[in-house]
Design a protein around this ligand. Structure first.
Ligand code: SF4
Ligand code: FES
Length: 365
């Protein structure tokens, strides 16, 4: 049992997606279409989420509009009183479908962009024509009067154009841009040698973002999430495990964070057996790292433990095999030197695309 209340629910409606981005936050073992929850179950989850106190629903994937029932799901979520945010690649999304979503009560669209350079954008997405389609979707969203956030994941292949992407989002009519560096677990970890920028690139990007902020804010809100591989301390991942949000996978497992399935040994309850309230309050996976009691040294006696909550459990597990250890992005972690070695390691141009058919990346040694 906990006094905490979740603010947000990330509904991964499907892992199907027309794109194949090599940093995808979906697990390396993707859920198949035949495993996906049906419409009635999702609608029940939305009702339970609203009753539990959730305010914001993120309709995500994969590509959520790959679901034939996306309009019905959006309508049900809006009727439950949830603020609905569609997180989309924009590929395959017609203006008519967007109109139907708006009419069903959609509140906000978050659209991913890969780059300002069309050839690079299509290469990163793993799909020819993706860049053009995304810009058409941005135009349609703005014409319909829906608030638009552009989301860009930054890495070695696009970091030089980070300021250009902010300008492009502003010109496209976005109210907000979220610039987040790649997270290195799952697919991102498998592609780390291709995607991790150099220190010089990261410093140049920080300076470029600072400059463009002076020019464009407050005309557009710029959320810039700095990369933790280049910092002294980790980020407060998820704002603390099991503190603010839930994630429901296509097959109905409920996770404290989107990458939690990468931590071996955690037990996830599902919506088939338990209500969201039971899962939030009592499921073993949520309880495992909630609060600070689970911490070991150096976190246990650290004055920052209520600030960053020991960093990211998934990154800690990926590097140390123990999700209760300090995130190696922290300079106090015994694994920090190894993480810094990865920053200095040679890069490759070879990319493993996120596809159902891709060879599964090997776990970190
Ligand atoms: Fe954060 Fe733990 Fe490092 Fe302290 S020791 S800064 S709590 S990761
Ligand atoms: Fe899972 Fe950070 S991504 S806790």
């Amino acid at each position: 049992m906990t006094d905490l209340l979740p603010l947000g629910l990330l509904a991964e409606l499907t892992h199907r997606c027309p794109l194949a981005c090599p940093y995808c936050s979906n697990p390396v073992e993707l859920d198949r279409r035949s495993d996906e929850l049906d419409t009635a179950t999702w609608l029940r989850i939305f009702d339970e989420a609203a009753e539990l106190g959730v305010l914001q629903l993120h309709l995500s994937g994969g590509e959520p509009t790959a679901r034939a029932d996306i309009v019905e799901l959006t309508r049900g979520a809006a009727q439950a009183g949830l603020y609905t945010n569609l997180i989309t690649s924009g590929v395959g999304l017609s203006k008519q479908r967007l109109e139907a979503l708006a009419e069903a009560g959609l509140d906000h669209v978050q659209l991913s962009w890969q780059d300002t350079d069309p050839a690079s954008a299509d290469k990163i997405a793993g799909l020819d024509g993706a860049h053009r389609w995304k810009h058409e979707t941005a135009r349609a969203v703005v014409e319909l009067g829906l608030p638009l956030t552009i989301n860009v994941v930054i890495h070695r292949l696009n970091i030089a154009r980070v300021a250009d992407m902010i300008v492009a989002a502003y010109r496209a009519g976005a109210r907000r841009i979220e610039v987040a560096h790649t997270q290195y677990y799952g697919w991102g970890l498998a592609n780390r040698a291709a995607l991790l920028p150099t220190e010089d690139q990261v410093e140049a990007a920080h300076a470029a973002v600072a400059n463009i902020r002076k020019e464009l804010e407050p005309g557009i809100l710029i959320d810039y999430v700095a990369p933790d591989h280049f910092s002294r301390y980790p980020k407060p991942c998820m704002n603390g495990w099991g503190r603010q949000s839930l994630n429901v996978t296509p097959r109905g497992r409920v996770l404290p964070c989107h990458a939690a399935e990468s931590i071996r040994g955690l037990i996830f309850w599902t919506v088939h057996e338990h209500s969201l309230r039971e899962i939030w309050n009592d499921s073993p996976a949520f309880i495992a790292f909630r609060g600070t009691e689970w911490m070991k040294e150096p976190c246990r006696s650290c004055p920052r433990k209520e600030i960053d909550f020991g960093g990211c459990r998934c990154q800690a597990f990926a590097w140390t095999g123990d999700a209760a250890s300090a995130d190696p992005a922290c300079e106090l972690s015994p694994y920090h030197a190894a993480l810094r070695e990865a920053v200095a390691a040679p890069r490759t141009d070879e990319i493993i695309y996120r596809r159902f058919s891709s060879p599964k990346p090997a776990p970190q040694e």
